[in-house]
Design a protein around this ligand. Structure first.
Ligand SMILES: [Zn+2]
Length: 149
C-alpha cells in the first residue's frame, strides 16, 4: 500500500488531490451559481454542474421562473451527488452509463437518452420540481444575460 502510494505518478496524485479538495469544499460550502446564455442556439433553460460550480443557460426573461428554479434544483441535486461520490466518481459513473446505454439501446437512439438513463439523472429529474428542497448559494452571478441585444 505504501509503495503503491509512493510510486503513483504525480499527475494522478494531483487529479485525486484536487478531486478530494473540491469534494471537501462541497461538504462545508455552498454552490457558486453562474447564469449566462452560454448556448446561443438553445432557447430553453439548461444547465450543468461541475464540482461546486453550477452554470445555468438562461436569459433575462427566463431567469427566476418556475422552470428556471427546477433546472437550478436539478443541478443542485447533481452538486450533492458529486459531494457524495466526488466529481471524478460522478463523471466516471456517467461515462460508464453512456457506454452501457449504447450497448443497451444500440446506435439507433439519440444522445440525450444515452446520457439521461442513469441513476443520477433519474434522481435529479425526480426531485427538480420538489419545492421543499431549498437551494443554498455561496453566491450567484449573472454574466451578461442580454448580450444578444
Ligand atoms: Zn442532469
Amino acid at each position: 500500500m505504501i509503495t503503491f502510494f509512493q510510486n503513483m505518478p504525480v499527475i494522478i496524485k494531483l487529479i485525486i488531490g484536487i478531486n478530494l479538495l473540491i469534494t471537501g469544499y462541497q461538504w462545508v460550502g455552498q454552490p457558486v451559481v453562474v447564469n449566462t446564455p452560454f448556448f446561443e442556439s438553445l432557447n430553453s433553460i439548461a444547465g450543468f454542474s461541475i464540482g461546486f460550480l453550477i452554470c445555468i443557460n438562461t436569459n433575462e426573461a427566463q431567469k427566476g421562473t418556475k422552470y428556471y428554479e427546477a433546472i437550478l434544483r436539478h443541478e443542485y441535486v447533481h452538486y450533492v451527488q458529486q459531494a457524495y461520490f466526488t466529481p471524478l466518481g460522478f463523471s466516471l459513473y456517467t461515462v460508464y452509463n453512456i457506454i452501457k446505454n449504447f450497448v443497451k439501446y444500440g446506435f439507433k437512439s439519440y444522445f440525450f437518452l444515452y446520457y439521461t438513463d442513469n441513476y443520477f439523472e433519474n434522481q435529479a429529474y425526480e426531485l427538480m420540481y420538489d419545492e421543499s428542497i431549498k437551494i443554498p448559494k455561496f453566491f450567484s452571478i449573472d454574466l451578461p444575460l442580454d448580450w444578444k441585444k
